[in-house]
Design a protein around this ligand. Structure first.
Ligand code: C5P
Length: 220
């Protein structure tokens, strides 16, 4: 039987990539499938939480939860999260938000021309860092870090910089871990320095292990 250890709590989950348009037919994006975030939303709901899912474009079917908001760009995701953040006891930011977006969105298809083509990019807001600076003592923030190198060092620095309570790091170069797989392998870092290692296993089980850690560290 699934424990009802999130009953009475509202969990806000973000999932999937963001899509940053260049013109009406083109966009920049990344390899996130949304599977980890959707698994977390479903697992939190099974454990009794009210779940709000803010999702970038994915091919996944929305789980049966309280509210699902579909967005495309990082700015839309920022708005959707900021509008609902005060209602959330726990924020889990599993989305792979694009760090940059094209500075100009052309309203007509960009034509091919001779010579070089340059795209000017500007930084997107860091949604998690903004929520980290706004959060109350009672709110619990979980971030993700997909890394290809210096996993522990980058994870710990992100945890601190973004004022997080928990950081889930995955080495996306490991077989069976990260983008688009049904499995994942992660290391969970807490603010107090505790590390838990979850070996390659299905994303549904990883989701429950992450929520076990949320429950454990929320209560300490
Ligand atoms: O800095 P990095 O992108 O690796 O941080 C990953 C964490 O920060 C993830 O939880 C991601 O959802 C969040 N993030 C965000 N807004 C951004 C970039 C990352 O919320 N613009």
């Amino acid at each position: 039987l699934t424990p009802q250890d999130l009953a009475g709590l509202t969990v806000l989950v973000t999932a999937g990539p963001t899509r940053e348009p260049l013109d009406p037919v083109r966009y920049l994006t990344n390899r996130s499938s949304g599977k980890m975030g959707y698994a977390l939303a479903e697992a939190a709901s099974q454990r009794g939480a009210k779940v709000i899912l803010v999702s970038g474009p994915t091919s996944l079917k929305a789980p049966p939860i309280e509210e699902v908001i579909q967005v495309e760009t990082a700015i839309q995701m920022y708005q959707a999260v900021a509008d609902r953040f005060s209602r959330a006891n726990i924020l889990v930011k599993a989305a792979a938000v694009a760090d940059y977006r094209p500075d100009n969105i052309c309203d007509q298809k960009i034509k091919k021309a001779a010579g070089e083509m340059n795209i000017e990019l500007v930084a997107n807001p860091d949604i998690l860092a903004h929520m980290g600076s706004r959060k109350s003592d009672k709110q619990f923030l979980v971030g993700f870090a997909a890394e290809t190198n210096d996993l522990d060092k980058n994870a710990l620095s992100k945890l601190e910089k973004k004022n997080l309570d928990l950081l889930i790091a995955n080495d996306v170069t490991q077989p069976g871990a990260g983008f688009d797989y049904d499995t994942n392998a992660v290391r969970i870092f807490s603010k107090t320095g505790t590390i838990k290692e979850i070996p390659v296993i299905s994303k549904n089980i990883v989701a429950h292990k992450i929520l076990d850690a949320v429950v454990e560290f929320r209560n300490c």
